[in-house]
Design a protein around this ligand. Structure first.
Ligand code: APR
Ligand code: PHB
Length: 389
């Protein structure tokens, strides 16, 4: 097999890049380790920046999103029993779109099938060859059958635990990491969302988040110990804890019900530099991870795709390598700003085990300033709705 771009990973990054390249007439194949059904069992985030929506529209995968998503012009921040709204539209003319990543991934798979784009599933033993040469290639297996793919470029879209990043030599690769001393216990319930906007709650008992998927599907999180287990959390224990962390007016009205999904996610910040090596280009979680507090994981994967897609278009349509050569530098400039915002939101809203009374007062002052200061709210809004590409 020969393609112009071989994409490792059939999550949001790989699918979005593959679909954009396909629509631009650039030959690409997506190699996914799992089955489509397995990928679609993953429950992830649900807030999309305008830029992400634009890319999905370009990919021809935004029809259901426009029919079923919510548009939010603000969010609620609460501190124990008090809360305030941050009206994004007052500071920046860009709303966010609330639409589950699982649905977005499904839409991308459907668009690829409709357009005849090549996605290979159950791909095993991926080996990337000769990324420093002009003729890289990939060897892999499907059901024990060996497959060899010649290509011009390889896009590593295989997530944090993928193989691509490891193909950047350790003496070239620089990794930056911050592991947070807590996790998020999340549930999905077939209940009416407690509020029409998201609620980010700082409480003496820890962080909580009230989110949603549809008007009958709610997504809630509570901060938990980093090594906690869902076995320790019955549905009633979850609801009781959530109610103690959000303002009474919401706790008194929230509709509770059985969880149809329950999981614990660790929180970490991670960046790999550079995001390219020879003909290998990293995209999304393969290159960086953010704590979910700022809803930036999927959206930063999308901004990487924007840069890489346009760089490939420059290369193939105008024989111009400049954007490819500067991809890592361009992408990392925005990645680090997103890392800062995600770290800031996480630091402001969570209880840290080693927090002193001084630390807690600093956190309260930060939240007080955010409540009172329009420039502070504008800064949150500009980052939350999405920095420019
Ligand atoms: N070979 C082929 N596919 C692989 C390999 C491999 N060796 N290793 C991993 N994969 C696949 C995974 O099965 C997964 O489907 O790569 C895909 C990577 O997808 P994600 O981990 O979702 O990463 P990404 O596409 O960058 O999306 C980032 O999705 O998971 C969320 O929190 C993440 O919101 C962020 C967004
Ligand atoms: C979600 O709906 O899953 C979600 C929303 C906002 C976040 C994180 C997760 O910051």
């Amino acid at each position: 097999m020969r393609v112009q771009v071989a994409i490792i990973g059939g999550g949001p990054s790989g699918l979005l890049l593959g679909q954009l390249l396909h629509n631009a007439g650039i030959e690409a194949v997506v190699l996914e380790r799992q089955t489509r059904e397995y990928v679609l069992t993953r429950i992830r985030a649900g807030v999309l920046e305008r830029g992400t929506v634009n890319l999905l529209e370009q990919a021809g995968a935004a029809d259901r999103l426009h029919a079923e998503s919510f548009t939010h012009d603000g969010t609620v921040i609460s501190v124990n029993n008090k809360h305030f709204n941050i009206p994004f539209h007052k500071y920046v003319n860009k709303p966010v779109t609330v639409y589950g990543q699982t649905e977005l991934t499904r839409d991308l798979y459907d668009a690829r099938e409709l357009g005849g784009a090549a996605t290979l599933f159950n791909v095993e033993d991926v080996i990337i060859n000769d990324v420093k040469s002009d003729s890289p290639s990939i060897d892999c297996k499907i059901a024990s059958e060996s497959i060899h793919i010649d290509c011009d470029y390889v896009a590593g879209c295989d997530g944090f635990h993928g193989v691509s990043r490891q193909h950047i030599p350790s003496d070239v690769r620089r990794e930056y990491e911050k592991v947070y001393p807590f996790g998020w216990l999340g549930i999905i319930s077939e209940t009416k969302p407690v509020h029409e906007e998201l609620i980010y709650a700082n409480s003496d008992r820890g962080f909580a988040l009230c989110s949603m998927r549809t008007d009958r599907l709610s997504r809630y999180y509570v901060q938990c110990d980093a090594n906690d287990s869902i076995d320790n959390w019955s549905d009633s224990a979850f609801w009781d804890e959530l109610k103690q962390r959000i303002p009474e007016q919401f706790a008194d009205t929230i509709e509770t019900g059985p969880s149809i999904e329950k999981s614990i996610a660790p929180l970490r910040s991670f960046v790999c530099e550079p995001m390219q090596y020879g003909k290998l280009f990293l995209c999304g979680d393969a290159a960086h991870i953010v704590p979910p507090t700022g809803a930036k994981g999927l959206n930063t994967a999308a901004s990487d795709v924007h840069y890489l897609y346009n760089a490939f278009k420059q290369r193939y349509q105008h024989n111009d390598d400049e954007a490819l050569t500067s991809y890592s530098q361009t992408a990392l400039k925005r990645v680090w700003k997103v890392q800062r915002f995600s770290w800031w939101m996480t630091s402001m809203l969570h209880r840290f085990p080693d927090q002193s009374e001084f630390d807690i007062n600093i956190q309260r002052a930060e939240l007080d300033f955010l409540r009172e200061s329009e420039p502070a709210q504008a800064s949150l809004a500009i980052n939350y709705v999405g920095l420019p590409y």
